[in-house]
Design a protein. Structure first.
Lengths: 473, 294
């Protein structure tokens, strides 16, 4: 015990000394730019809020550089960032780059090469930043030659959350066993998911509780629903990369699989879950799904990992604190084997980075800011606040380990099985392709089209986009 | 300096501003409409195709044509409802009744609310699980109101929202027109033995035609270019059910980044709007003249 205390004191002292040394470097490096105001735009997520409310202020104290981060809705964020970069107006010094849009941005040469910029200006290189500490997620933001164009600020997986209190209730266990003939448990197959969803919808109704069997991110006017289908539900049924072939065909007739059997099974399953989902599901994006789960209105569901920590720990926002279970989502037969072999993936590895547009008027000051958030030492608090991890060393931090326990091993799951998940495919036409699919997803969710017809229409629309844009021969 | 020169001098700042923010952008959109320009495509450059290519494609674009019909249907339905309700309310406000001033003020409130806020208000009232309207619809009438689950519900929800927002405008304008009508024709008609209905049809309506033309024009044009409220409430969904042409163009231009095609769409839709309004204007003016002759 004595030795442990001494070790703790020594490490604390060393850390403080190191932090003081770092502070001196930041003050010196920031001095030429003191008073500069750098403007950023990002999506309003827990990690984004932490960056704007905590890291930005710490950075300003050290360097005198003020960071104004505009955290806004997902669509507004894209609209503002893209228009600014297209018009070259220079309103924003840094923009949020979601993993799925980075290929469009690189293709259109919107972003500053961070690696090259730091090589050209060695006086701006922060010595305490260890780029090798970044997880492989940073690879999504590199070009072919390995140069970095975005500094990762969040990375997380979309997981299966369930309510331990409901799954552990004695009357629920006995009722489920009696009805379905096997024990109640979190879903490891889609059939079990369905049974759980049906059971808890009835169970909650019987008890007069405002809860339903499952979440569905099924907004019928927002891309969030298409994303849930393409990035989470589809892959877990074996639909990878939107079912698009290497020569850019998505319909079965052209060799694609967006309207193939696996895709149709996935969409049929997903839309059938609406029967057991809270009534707000058709108006729910990723944020509303997290709120629905935190409000105790669903027994299980797919939830973006960035919300796992606050749902599990923030008593002001969540009524299910202490009752959150985290697991890997179920997969159809064969999918796990393909994912383990690197031939597929089981779900979505999401995240984003901050990048500097060419139009930025304060590139040097922004390079310092991006390096500030890249330091390993600022990562732990950020991970606890936003359930995101971009650095290997973060997993070992005691604060993160403590949160891991509260969040039922979410970080451990991400560390151990993260490789089974994948980001969006590298399509420069990402937004246009998704926009072509959207109306068909909406129509299937609203019951205006059958899942089969919707996917037939979706693949035709996507093929037309790829053809019009010159990708398909 | 003669009066003509003074007039031009005073008008010149406005004319310059109009040229910069109105005419030049329009000419640029017209110009871009002749190009193939898709920054997300393999070829990112503006490429001249020919003068008619984008427009010819548009004529056969089912989604665009559907969006135009949807917008026209929406404009006709809302215009009919707003005119009917607005007329009835304006006639009511001509007479005296208790709390008239209070009613008129409350009735006018929606007019001062920005369209995007109107969309947000309706969204809050209609959202499942939180909104009072689906709750009351279910509790009182057993009706399952979930506007994002049905094309018909989504369309009619937007109609109701638009009618709520803009009927006060119709009421106020018609009220101003009705208040300004001369009283002599009414007195003559009464002496001649005309009943109230005949007076309304043969005196009030014909004399109100100029005001009606203005109201119908403004509301027709506004309804055809509706975006904000719909964007906030349904964003065009579910499916394509509320994807009016304004939203369709936004999605083409800013989501798919088809600048050339999107520009052509905008120009063609402007043309369609002008034609519709011109037809409406011609019909109303000719009806007005015919009534005068009678």
């Amino acid at each position: 015990m004595k030795k442990l205390l001494i070790a703790l004191l020594v490490s604390t002292f060393s850390f403080s000394a190191m932090a003081d040394g770092h502070a001196e470097w930041w003050k010196k490096a920031g001095a030429p730019y003191a008073g500069t105001v750098i403007q950023g735009v990002a999506e309003n997520t827990p990690p984004g809020q932490f960056a704007g409310e905590v890291l930005a202020k710490d950075f300003e104290k050290l360097t005198g550089i003020k960071v104004q981060l505009e955290n806004t809705s997902w669509d507004q964020m894209y609209d503002k960032a893209i228009k600014d970069m297209e018009a070259n107006s220079g309103i924003y010094d840094f923009v949020y780059i979601e993993q799925d849009i980075v290929y469009s941005y690189l293709d259109r040469d919107f972003l500053v090469n961070i690696t090259q910029s730091l090589k050209d200006q060695p006086e701006l290189v922060a010595p305490m930043v260890n780029m090798d500490d970044f997880t492989t997620f940073i690879d999504y933001f590199k070009d072919g030659s390995g140069d970095v164009f975005g500094m990762p600020m969040e990375a997380f997986v979309k997981v299966y959350l369930y309510r331990k209190d409901l799954f552990g209730a004695a009357d629920a266990k006995s009722g489920f066993q009696k009805k379905y003939g096997y024990p109640l448990a979190p879903a490891t197959s889609f059939a079990q998911w369905r049974d759980n969803a049906e059971f808890f919808t009835g169970y909650c109704a019987e008890k007069g509780m405002e809860c339903w069997g499952t979440t569905v991110q099924g907004h019928t006017g927002h891309p969030a629903s298409t994303y849930e289908f393409l990035e989470s539900i589809g892959p877990s049924f074996g639909l990878y990369n939107w079912g698009v072939t290497d020569d850019f065909h998505s319909c079965v007739e052209g060799g694609g699989s967006l309207n193939g059997a696996r895709a149709k099974a996935a969409l049929t399953f997903w839309t059938s879950m609406l029967e057991f989902a809270p009534p707000e599901s058709l108006q729910s994006t990723w944020s509303e799904v997290a709120s629905t789960f935190a409000a105790g209105r669903a027994a299980q569901g797919w939830v973006y990992g960035e919300n796992a920590a606050w749902i599990a720990s923030n008593e002001e926002k969540s009524v299910v604190v202490g009752n959150v279970g985290v697991m890997q989502p179920p997969t159809a037969p064969g999918v796990m084997t393909q994912a383990a072999a690197g031939e597929g993936y089981i779900g979505y590895f999401d995240g984003g980075a901050y990048g500097i547009p060419h139009s930025s008027k304060n590139k040097e000051a922004t390079l310092l800011w991006l390096q500030y958030i890249a330091q390993s030492e600022v990562q732990a608090d950020w991970a606890v606040a936003g359930a995101r991890i971009t650095h290997y060393s973060t997993y070992d931090d005691p604060k993160v380990a403590a949160m891991d326990q509260i969040a039922d091993g979410y970080f451990t799951l991400m560390q151990n099985t993260g490789y089974l998940y994948a980001g969006a495919p590298m399509y420069p036409f990402h937004a246009a392709g998704r926009a072509a699919i959207d109306p068909f997803t909406y129509a299937a969710l609203a019951g205006e089209m059958s899942p089969s017809d919707a996917l037939d229409g979706a693949c035709e629309a996507l093929d037309k986009v790829m053809k019009d844009l010159g990708y398909q021969n | 300096m003669n009066s003509s020169k003074t007039a031009w001098l005073l008008l010149s700042p406005t004319i310059v501003i109009l040229i910069i923010v109105g005419l030049l952008p329009f000419l640029y959109v017209l110009y871009v409409g002749f190009f193939n320009w898709m920054p997300l495509g393999k070829n990112k450059e503006m490429e001249f195709i020919n003068f008619g290519y984008n427009y010819r494609e548009l004529v056969f674009d089912k989604f665009f044509i559907d969006s135009v019909w949807r917008s026209i249907r929406f404009a006709i339905v809302t215009l009919a409802l707003e005119l009917t309700l607005g007329f009835l309310l304006a006639l009511s406000l001509l007479s005296s009744f208790p709390l008239k001033a209070f009613f008129r003020s409350v009735h006018t409130l929606p007019l001062v609310i920005a369209p995007i806020v109107v969309g947000a208000i309706f969204k809050l009232f209609l959202v499942q699980g939180l909104g009072p309207i689906p709750f009351l619809a279910k509790e009182l009438f057993g009706f399952k109101l979930n506007y994002m689950s049905s094309e018909a519900q989504a369309f009619w929800t937007i109609v109701v929202m638009d009618v709520w927002h803009w009927t006060p405008f119709v009421t106020l304008t018609l009220l101003a027109g009705l208040s300004a009508l001369p009283q002599d024709p009414y007195e003559s008609a009464k002496i001649d033995g005309a009943n109230n209905f005949q007076i309304f049809i043969y005196i009030t309506i014909p004399m109100l035609v100029p005001v009606l033309i203005v109201v119908i024009f403004i509301r027709m044009m506004d309804s055809l270019k509706i975006v904000d409220e719909v964007w906030m409430l349904t964003a065009g969904g579910p499916g394509y059910s509320t994807r009016f042409t304004g939203i369709h163009i936004w999605k083409e231009v800013f989501e798919k980044r088809t600048y050339g095609y999107g520009s052509a769409m905008s120009v063609l839709y402007l043309y369609i709007t002008i034609v519709i309004c011109w037809i409406l204007y011609s019909v109303m003016v000719s009806r007005g003249k015919a009534n005068e002759d009678e």
